[in-house]
Design a protein. Structure first.
Length: 670
């Protein structure tokens, strides 16, 4: 279905941009639409993330890529020698060419069709095919990489220099898609884009530039958790640079911002006086260049409305049936964990709030009726146990038949009996932020839980028939080998009652307690790379080198993780086997809570030979090129991540990397 016709000239458009999970619609824009519609303000929501997948898998796109890949491969293959950068590209081209033989459109259809989706071998094949599509894109758009939650440069973080180069050289794989969409669009008065994940950064700025070109008079605005992080934690110049692309940025929640801004825009571009009064809005005075921020505002959830997904074609998502996100709470009632920078918690203004249970049940009922789905993901930081119990009871009392999944904090109140109540109220899968199973590390993290509590609460859920997932990670500052091993040992010991797990690696999150008070955690200094203007990837050093693991210890932990993993079917977002994904939920409902607790058979290989029958033998040895690239990257990163005492930054950025490539090739850049 196309909604082009439905969009009126002078209307307000909200866009969810690529690259993000295409298996279900994200909740932010439907939430805003539901709220605004309740106040008589019409906006149109478009999910260009999911629509982009149809474009990327279309025969015409693949055909165009095939031509480009073959031509470039033949060109490089005809050379006597290649620069390092060309070698890197060449290797990716050679790897991508054989992958082009697949019918990617058919793979999308397999994800949407019930028979093939629930057939593990067929599903695995379709999932691998989608990953192959990303490998092809990495060759066509070298040096950029893409997936359902990635859109980045080989090594450099996004800064404005890299963004400019990406935009000016028209390197987005979606350039043609955007231009088609914009050419068909009646001129909007307002376009708001949701920048939720880091993986959406390049396409957001790309789109903003195009929107400016197509609709110069339109008011452009960004909102969402990721842009909030960029503004709050980025370098001082960041806000001004973002405002070179857009007219406004919404920090935190956007309901009131749009409720007040959109009627003003209908009367023409509002003057500064008026803009200044709009809550959560950052804008710049066109005359003085001064940047202003409106008053802070937090939504009272009793005033919220059910998300309105009606603009979206739910059959486009890569799943055989729809599953919708709903956010019954905002904020976290605990809000103490050392590593957590979730959402807007650290701003202090974003306290824990709940939609009244009766209202939430009515919202779920309305969505079930309107969109024909019984599956929901309760998309929020956390639900309080009391809320979860009342919600489950109210669902039972209302006779609603819905199934849901969510994240819960481990709490003593989750007794066997109450877990059975949650099951009867439709809860089928839960993810716990277990993080560590070492008492000392849990204390350091301010988790407020013990290994014994984790063990018993998990069992209560599992025994009630609810699938349980443990989210753990290693490497929290202060954690040593023994503590890391305690986490893996407990995962191993509880294996029969843990249905999914992940062992991640600690990453310092901007806005977290550790980032704000590093000295409490034995951290000496936090720094950034020169290219990380948004300060999204903090680097840190620990006092006395921290608790460094030796090679033997590291390989012992790796071995333990590999052994545990081999007993499960694990995968990354957004596929079946990852925690809290739509696909995993459908498999859990269909095959039961242990479906991922054993490895699945490998999908059949469907690969064919290179090219469209016209195979050119690689002139350059691919394995040797790979080793050379790895050696270069290792050496490069070692230096590029070292702090430069003069600048206070590690030198890694796009220009620095390009210069290193040129030096490595003896100064020659073709
Ligand atoms: C639930 C959740 C998930 C769920 C569901 C996500 C999904 N379906 O895509 C699961 C568990 C699957 C998940 C996964 C991941 N998540 Co997550 N997740 C969240 C969480 C806890 C809540 C999101 C939510 O539902 N909020 C409720 C809605 C209503 O609020 P909202 O989206 O913020 O929208 C409001 C405002 O932002 C604003 N707004 C939003 N857009 C716009 C646009 C305009 C124009 C305006 C005016 C306003 C506006 O108004 C809205 C209404 O008030 C947030 C933390 C948080 N509290 O934000 C992290 C968060 C969004 N996730 C994050 C991350 C990193 C991930 C992962 C990449 C983790 C990983 N390493 O794999 C994956 C990737 C998923 C993917 N899509 O590719 C980051 C994103 C930032 C970043 N660093 O990229 C967050 C912010 C947490 C954090 N601080 O680290 N996640
Ligand atoms: S990790 Fe979870 S429980 Fe801890 S503060 Fe963050 S959202 Fe709250």
């Amino acid at each position: 279905m196309s909604n082009h016709d439905a969009f009126p000239a002078g209307g307000s458009l909200l866009i969810y941009p690529p690259f993000a999970d295409p298996t279900w619609p994200y909740v932010s824009l439907p939430t805003l639409k539901g709220y605004l519609r309740g106040r008589g303000i019409e906006v149109t929501v478009r999910d260009w993330n999911v629509e982009a997948f149809s474009f990327l898998t279309a025969a015409s796109t693949i055909g165009e890529w095939r031509q480009r890949l073959e031509a470039r491969y033949a060109e490089l293959n005809g050379r006597d020698s290649l620069t390092l950068e060309e070698q890197m590209e060449y290797r990716r081209l050679a790897k991508a060419l054989p992958l082009l033989q697949q019918d990617f459109w058919a793979l999308l259809a397999m994800m949407r069709e019930e028979g093939s989706f629930y057939d593990r071998a067929a599903y695995g094949g379709a999932r691998d095919g989608m990953e192959d599509l990303f490998r092809i894109m990495e060759a066509v758009y070298f040096p950029f990489r893409f997936s359902c939650n990635r859109a980045d440069h080989l090594v450099a973080p996004w800064d404005f220099r890299l963004l400019d180069s990406y935009i000016e050289n028209r390197q987005s794989p979606l350039d043609r898609f955007y231009r088609q969409q914009l050419a068909e669009l009646a001129a909007p008065r307002f376009v708001g884009i949701s920048l939720t994940f880091i993986s959406q950064i390049p396409e957001v700025f790309y789109l903003c530039r195009l929107l400016r070109e197509f609709f110069p008079g339109c008011f452009l605005m960004l909102g969402g958790p990721c842009v909030d992080l960029m503004v709050r934690h980025g370098r001082p110049e960041v806000v001004g640079r973002i405002l070179d692309y857009v007219d406004g940025i919404t920090l935190q929640e956007g309901e009131k911002t749009l409720e007040q801004l959109l009627p003003l825009l209908a009367e023409g571009i509002p003057d500064l006086e008026k803009l200044l009064t709009i809550p959560n809005l950052i804008s710049r005075d066109t005359l003085s260049g001064i940047i202003h921020q409106g008053p802070t505002w937090v939504l009272d959830l009793t005033e919220s409305a059910a998300p309105d997904y009606s603009d979206l074609d739910l059959s486009l998502y890569l799943a055989p049936s729809p599953m919708l996100l709903y956010s019954p709470t905002r904020g976290c009632y605990w809000n103490k964990c050392s590593f957590c920078g979730y959402g807007f918690n650290q701003s202090g203004a974003h306290s824990y709030r709940e939609i009244p249970v009766q209202q939430a049940v009515a919202d779920l009922g309305r969505m079930q009726e309107q969109f024909g789905t019984s599956n929901f993901y309760l998309s929020c930081d956390v639900l309080s146990p009391d809320y979860a119990f009342r919600l489950a009871q109210a669902i039972i009392d209302s006779g609603l038949e819905v199934y849901w999944s969510t994240d819960l904090r481990i709490e003593a109140s989750y007794t066997p009996e109450r877990c059975r109540l949650l099951y009867r109220g439709g809860l089928r899968a839960v993810a716990f932020g277990v993080e560590s199973c070492a008492p000392a590390v849990l204390r350091l993290m301010h988790k407020g839980i013990t290994p014994e509590r984790i063990r018993s609460v998990n069992r209560h859920f599992h025994q009630a028939g609810i699938s349980t997932a443990w989210m753990t990670f290693l490497g929290h500052p202060g954690e040593g080998f023994v503590e890391a091993q305690a986490t893996l040992d407990m995962l191993g010991a509880e294996r029969k009652v843990v249905d999914q797990f992940i062992v991640g690696t600690f990453g310092l999150t901007p806005g977290s307690r550790i980032a704000c008070r590093p000295e409490e955690f034995g951290i000496n200094a936090i720094s950034y790379t020169a290219g990380d203007v948004f300060n999204l990837f903090p680097l840190y050093t620990q006092r006395n080198g921290g608790t460094h693991l030796n090679d033997l210890q590291s390989s012992q932990l790796d071995g333990q993780i590999a052994d545990l993993s081999s007993r499960y079917q694990l995968d990354h977002y957004p596929w079946a086997g990852a925690i809290s994904t739509h696909h995993s939920f459908l498999y859990l409902l269909r095959y039961g809570q242990r479906v991922f607790a054993k490895a699945w058979p490998q999908p059949q290989k469907r690969r064919q030979k290179a090219g469209s029958g016209r195979k050119i033998r690689p002139r350059f040895p691919l394995a040797a090129l790979h080793r050379q690239e790895e050696r270069f990257m290792g050496r490069y990163l070692e230096g590029a991540l070292q702090l430069d005492s003069e600048t206070g930054l590690a030198p890694l950025c796009f220009d620095h990397f390009q210069a290193a490539l040129t030096r490595e090739s003896g100064g020659s850049k073709r």
